[in-house]
Design a protein around this ligand. Structure first.
Ligand code: BGC
Length: 365
């Protein structure tokens, strides 16, 4: 009897320690995939592609979405840790994720920051994303070209209004600064006039906050555009609106279309993500461009990185540039893998978005 008890206890202990090491019932290792939100379409694509890539390499994987609520996402991450996750891939909502990252580290679970840098933490080593500054450069350059700012004169300047992404998302600063790297020379020359708050860099925190859009919420961007149309922009005809992503671009366009002045001729409006509805807008001439960041590539690269780390191998991520100097969390510089974004307009959306199999031709009217 005593012997049986001892055997049982040893077995229980063994189970607990296996569980703590993350060995799942089926013997596979487990990757927790914590995505920030679903109201921006891309994250659903990211979630699906990450899971598919993880399963293809023989891992167990589960995706969660935080509904732009960091408390909720932290609970999801904590759940992954309890379930014995071996590694976590996190697209965070905001800096509040650091406590969850610290918990993971304490339990020996490595974290990869996915698309969004996790600021304020030194408890993780790897970040995988797109070249975010370049995304903004494409947006700024699209405005420069569409308005032919090179030939614009001070006596006939062009007018622009600026929008930025969430002030709690490190990417928003990169997008904006990338765009302003293209636009500022023309503002300085006096041929491009900013209507409304006018930060020339994200370092101008007071003004940046005024153009930023909390949690990338479309309703807030629409509201702000409406307010501008009735306020600062009332006596101007805008030639361009810098919009940081497609979700916000379409909300801004909706607001513009409520103003008779813009119903026949919309300003140049930028975007990002290659969302289906925005590809339709580009085809219809309502939105000028988007920047496509192929979530299939990012997901595949992130899983390859996780795979290398789990196997204790040196990561070699095809198609990504290793950057060991740019991305500073405020506590340390993390090793970052950057993928290339693609500029998409009316001229190449077929090739980039459809021929690549991201969408099917019948999804566009
Ligand atoms: C991503 C963008 C996305 C935005 C809103 C950013 O961190 O890089 O692709 O549009 O978040 O979800």
């Amino acid at each position: 009897m005593k012997k049986a008890m001892v055997v049982l206890m040893v077995m229980m202990l063994l189970c607990t320690s296996l569980f703590a090491q993350g060995v799942q019932e089926d013997g596979k290792q487990f990757i927790g995939l914590a995505m920030p939100e679903t109201h921006v379409e891309r994250w659903q694509m990211d979630g699906a592609a990450l899971k598919e890539a993880a399963l293809a390499l023989g891992y167990d994987a589960e995706v969660t979405f935080g509904d732009a609520d960091q408390t909720k996402q932290n609970a999801q991450i904590s759940d992954f840790i309890t379930k014995g996750a071996d590694i976590l891939i996190i697209g965070s909502v905001n800096e509040g994720v650091v406590t969850a990252v610290a918990d993971a580290k304490r339990d020996g679970v490595e974290v990869i920051a996915y698309d969004r840098l996790i600021t304020g933490s030194d408890q993780y080593d790897y970040y995988i994303t797109f070249d975010n500054f370049k995304v903004g450069q494409f947006q700024g350059k699209a405005i420069v070209d569409a308005l032919d700012l090179e030939s614009a004169t001070m006596s006939d300047p062009k007018f622009i209004t600026l929008f930025a992404g969430s002030p709690t998302d490190n990417n928003a600063f990169f997008f904006f600064d990338g765009a302003m790297s293209q636009l500022k020379p023309f503002v300085d020359k006096g041929v491009l006039k900013i209507v409304g708050p006018a930060p020339l860099s994200s370092d101008d925190t007071a003004n940046f906050t005024r153009i930023a859009t909390e949690n990338w919420r479309a309703d807030l961007a629409k509201q702000r555009m409406e307010n501008l149309l009735n306020g600062d922009a009332k006596n101007y005809t805008l030639d361009a609106v810098l919009a940081p992503n497609d979700t916000l671009a379409r909300a801004i366009i909706e607001a513009l279309l409520t103003d008779a002045k813009y119903r026949t001729a919309l300003p140049v409006v930028t975007g990002q993500d290659g969302e289906l509805a925005s590809i339709q807008f580009i085809k219809d001439g309502k939105q000028t461009m988007t920047v496509f960041k192929d979530t299939r590539d990012l997901a595949k690269a992130a899983i390859d990185l996780a795979d290398a780390l789990l196997k204790g191998e040196t990561p070699e991520i095809a198609g990504a540039r290793l950057d060991t100097t740019t991305y500073d969390t405020g506590k340390k510089v993390v090793k970052s893998y950057l993928l290339e974004p693609v500029n998409v307009t009316k001229d190449n959306y077929m090739e980039v978005m459809i021929d690549s199999g991201y969408y099917t031709a019948d999804q566009i009217r």
